[in-house]
Design a protein around this ligand. Structure first.
Ligand code: SF4
Length: 69
């Protein structure tokens, strides 16, 4: 499971980083980015989903892109 942030929708409120800083961080431009890592830890996954659901502008979505193997 991976996440992505729509930088056009993000308002830089910081909520996602506060909930799950393993995955989301506010970059130098003031908007959130999601780390491009596959999340396997259930506890981190749950918090990342909470962050997605809690985003005030629905800027976070699940990144469904499949890696070429
Ligand atoms: S919670 Fe949403 S709007 Fe707030 S910083 Fe994260 S992605 Fe941006």
């Amino acid at each position: 499971m991976k996440f992505k942030v729509d930088e056009n929708a993000c308002i830089g409120c910081g909520a996602c980083q506060a909930i799950c800083d393993e995955i989301f961080e506010i970059s130098d431009d003031g908007y959130a980015t999601a780390k491009d890592v596959e999340i396997t830890d259930e506890e981190i996954k749950e918090r990342a989903i909470s962050a997605m659901e809690g985003c005030p502008t629905s800027a976070i979505s699940e990144n469904e892109e499949k890696e070429e193997s």
